[in-house]
Structures are given as structure tokens and as C-alpha cells.
Design a protein around this ligand. Structure first.
Ligand code: PLP
Length: 468
């Protein structure tokens, strides 16, 4: 007989076909739910009294159905834990076209990621607990599309002091990360976006999917060619002025001036992507462009590099004219970013736990950057963009290994890297390998560097072989 578990508390949706009787219908529905995997092995079923009430059946009917399925092996009666599902779902009923699992590389030196294993779990837990305890009741309901006032106030202070941003809490909109902010701006502004090339292909594609036009803005050793903007007829221009992605230089002062002149004359919007501003090693920090032209710049930042991309929390500091339209677009898309993470982040910033975590991370990434530089010193490559950020660009000189040689050698060593040609839509004039040193946990970094040096050595061999 089924155990009388007091009340398992689970809701159970069952489609009852009672043509052959109530008990048979219930047995059939339970059997089907177990077979299909809708009820996973180990799931505790509701007590017979509860299920009988929910389905409008007699308790004896439910008990009899449970007993039958226990006899058939679908369910099991467990002392102290009621009736549980005993059978794994049948393979035949599993969906046949399950998505292929994403293959994890053995060594991951792709750019764009931070060390997820370094997430400050204890500090976040403490901030979350404190934030939840003191959260006002309205934090648990719908709120301002711009985000929680606590976080907007904390960010106004932090961005002003750490990045030279001129931010009032009213002009800040909390987003689900940089990409989300960019798509909101594309929704509101539409028209044509000039975007740095090389840049992030996903970002270009996202803007195009909104229906805006994307034109490439070339990049050279001084950063984005903002001197070309006057001829481009753009409504907005997206730049990474503190650390061009992926080539590395800060935007040259002449180019900063050209950009600001363009915005002043055309009324166009500068979208400032400050994605990894916190990580500067041996060069002076470059203050945010927004600080000198708050009416022309939408400043966008993110926690993806500082805490981890899993949080999906970012921010925009907007020119006043864009605040209402962006908030309106947000409201009609998804109301706002979830509140509880925002409250935890506000607490972390206010108690300087965010600064402390960034300082520790900066030391870690600096150490890794130096190790990388030492390990690649003997190779005929030009390692650039290493003064800041979480990645470096190894330019491959003509006559040496090509990107394709490196890719072939990397595959042999189970190593994932980024490649310059994949990040550009313009004719490729340079070949380069983008090496992200953020992603691996500390314990895996040394072996990733071994794989990297073996890859460059292998690529050299391949290049020599082809030339002979
Ligand atoms: C250039 C650039 N911008 C922005 C981001 C962060 O985007 P998000 O905040 O959407 O995670 C990244 C992350 O890889 C990046 O490489």
C-alpha cells in the first residue's frame, strides 16, 4: 500500500482519460508521465489525500492506482518519504533530436571571458542575505524600468569615482549586460550604426536583427578610425575607447577629439563600450569619454568581466534625451532586470566588496598576463594589447605561420583560441590570434599555457612544411 506521506507539496498535472474508468485513467496518466520523463526518477508524488482532492476523486481510487504502479515497478513506497517515482524514463520516448552537447575544449584561451571559478561566492552570499533582509516590499513586485534605485545610486557613485563618468541615478538604466543595452539603443535609435571592425560579431548581428544598418568602422594602431566618420552618415557609433576590442590600444587623443566633434556636429550618439575598464596594468587608466560629453555619449558597462557573465547585470548612463525612450522600450520588452541581484550588487558596491574583488582579480590577471608574455617571448609574433584587459593579440608576421596553421595545431592540442579574421567583415589585412587569459581557473592556467606554446611550435612546423 502507498505510504501516507503527509503532504509532499508538489503540484501534479495529469490528463485523465476516464473512458475506461477513473482508476484505470489515473494509472494510465501516471504511467505515461513516468515513461516520458515528465516525472523524473526520485520525484515524490503527492499524498493520496492531496491528489484525490486535486483531481476530485475518492482517496481509495488514488491509493489503488498508486498500489498498482508500485506493483508494476513505476513507483516505490519509501519509508518516511512517501511514494516516489522509481523508473528512469524509457529511451524510446526521449526526444530523438536532442541538441548536441557543446564540446568543451580541453584548454580554453578564448577571449571574452573572466575566470568563473573566482566568483566571490562568500561576499555575494553575504550581500544577497543583507539585501534580501532589508529589501522594501516593493522590491518583490514590478518596478521602474530603469532598475532599482539602490543600484542606480550605488553605480552613480562608483562610476563617478572609478571611471570619471558623470552619472546621476536618474540617467542610469540597469540592463542584462552590455549586449542588452546595445540592442535597446538600436531599438530606440534605429538607422545606421557604425561599429568598430574588428569587433564582436555577435554585437553586429544583434544590431542587424533589430533592423538597424551596420557599417564597419575600421581600426588601426591608434584605435577606431573616427576621422572617417564625417563621410559615413551614421546615427550612432559604437566604440571601445579605453581598450579597443580585440586589438588593444586606447583611442588616440586625436581620434577622441574627432569622435566628439562628429557627435557635436551631427547630433549622432556615441555608444561607449567600457567592457573591461577595470583591468589596467602598466598604463595609465583612460577616463570614460562620457565624462567630457555626457549629452552625446551613452556609456555602457557590465559585470561580465568583473564578477561573471552569469549574473547578466550591466548598466547604461544615458544622455537625458534618451532616458525616457529607453525606459519605455524596456518596459515594453521585459519590464526590467530582476531586482534581487540588483540589490545584492548595490550592497556589494556600497560596502566596497566590489572594489576589493576587482583589486584581487586585477592582481590575478596581471600575473597571468606576465606568464603569457614570458612563455611567448621566443616566438616570432608581435604580442600587442597587453597593457590592459583579459586578452592579448598575437599578430602573425607575413612569412610565418598563418591563422590556419595555428588553428590546426591548436586543435591537435585541444586548445580553443580566438582569431582576428573571425572578428572582421572588412578585407583581412592582418592575421592574428586572440589569446584570452581570463577564462581558465588558476589551477588550469599553466597547462593551458603549455598547450599554447606547443600550438605555436606546431604552427611553425606546419608553416615550414608548406613552404618547402
Ligand atoms: C567587447 C565586449 N563588449 C562587451 C562584453 C560583455 O558583454 P555582456 O555584458 O553582454 O556579457 C564583452 C564580453 O565578452 C566583450 O568582449
Amino acid at each position: 500500500m502507498a505510504d501516507e506521506w503527509p503532504n509532499s507539496g508538489i503540484d501534479l498535472h495529469l490528463e485523465l482519460d476516464v473512458a475506461e474508468g477513473l482508476r484505470t485513467g489515473l494509472e494510465r496518466a501516471l504511467r505515461e508521465a513516468v515513461r516520458s520523463g515528465r516525472l523524473a526518477t526520485g520525484t515524490r508524488l503527492p499524498a493520496t489525500r492531496r491528489l484525490a482532492e486535486d483531481l476530485g476523486l475518492a482517496r481509495g481510487t488514488v491509493r489503488a492506482a498508486y498500489d498498482q504502479l508500485i506493483a508494476e515497478g513505476y513507483l516505490a513506497a519509501r519509508q518516511g518519504s512517501g511514494t516516489v517515482v522509481a523508473l528512469p524514463p524509457q529511451a524510446a520516448s526521449m526526444p530523438s533530436a536532442a541538441p548536441a552537447a557543446v564540446e568543451q575544449p580541453r584548454h580554453d584561451l578564448r577571449p571574452g571571458g573572466a575566470d568563473a571559478s573566482a566568483f566571490p561566492v562568500a561576499a555575494w552570499l553575504e550581500s544577497s542575505r543583507r539585501a534580501l533582509r532589508s529589501a522594501p516590499a516593493d522590491a518583490f513586485g514590478y518596478g521602474d524600468p530603469r532598475g532599482r534605485p539602490e543600484l542606480r545610486a550605488a553605480l552613480a557613485g562608483y562610476l563617478g569615482r572609478a571611471r570619471g563618468v558623470s552619472a546621476h541615478p536618474d540617467s542610469i538604466v540597469i540592463t542584462n549586460g552590455y549586449l542588452h543595452g546595445l540592442t535597446l539603443l538600436a531599438t530606440v535609435i534605429g538607422g545606421t550604426f557604425a561599429m568598430e571592425d574588428p569587433g564582436v560579431p555577435t554585437h553586429r548581428e544583434a544590431v542587424r536583427r533589430i533592423g538597424a544598418r551596420v557599417i564597419p568602422l575600421p581600426v588601426d594602431d591608434l584605435g577606431a578610425r573616427t576621422d572617417l566618420l564625417t563621410g559615413l552618415d551614421a546615427d550612432a557609433v559604437e566604440v571601445t575607447p579605453a581598450h579597443q576590442y580585440p586589438t588593444g590600444p586606447p583611442l588616440h587623443p586625436d581620434r577622441r577629439r574627432a569622435l566628439l566633434d562628429w557627435a557635436g556636429l551631427s547630433g549622432g550618439l556615441i555608444v561607449e563600450n567600457d567592457y573591461d575598464a577595470e583591468f589596467r596594468y602598466d598604463r595609465k587608466p583612460v577616463g570614460a569619454l562620457q565624462g567630457v560629453a555626457p549629452d552625446h555619449v551613452a556609456y555602457l558597462g557590465t559585470t561580465s568581466k568583473t564578477l561573471g557573465a552569469a549574473l547578466r547585470i550591466g548598466w547604461m548612463v544615458l544622455p537625458p534625451r534618451l532616458v525616457a525612450p529607453v525606459a519605455d522600450a524596456r518596459l515594453h520588452a521585459d519590464h526590467h532586470t530582476e531586482h534581487l541581484g540588483q540589490l545584492a550588487l548595490a550592497d556589494l558596491i556600497n560596502r566596497h566588496g566590489y572594489d576589493r574583488h576587482i583589486r584581487t582579480s586585477r592582481q590575478r590577471y596581471l600575473r597571468r598576463r606576465d606568464q603569457l608574455r614570458r612563455r611567448l617571448a621566443g616566438f616570432p609574433i608581435a604580442l600587442t594589447g597587453i597593457a590592459a584587459g583579459l586578452h592579448a593579440l598575437a599578430l602573425l608576421p607575413p612569412g610565418g605561420p598563418s591563422e590556419s596553421d595555428v588553428r590546426t595545431a591548436a586543435q591537435a592540442h585541444g586548445l580553443a583560441l580566438g582569431y582576428l579574421s573571425e572578428r572582421t567583415e572588412l578585407p583581412c589585412t592582418r592575421q592574428g590570434v586572440i589569446i584570452g587569459y581570463g577564462r581558465p581557473p588558476d589551477h588550469a592556467y599553466a597547462s593551458a599555457l603549455d598547450a599554447l606554446t606547443a600550438t605555436f611550435a606546431g604552427a611553425q612546423q606546419l608553416a615550414k612544411h608548406v613552404k618547402r
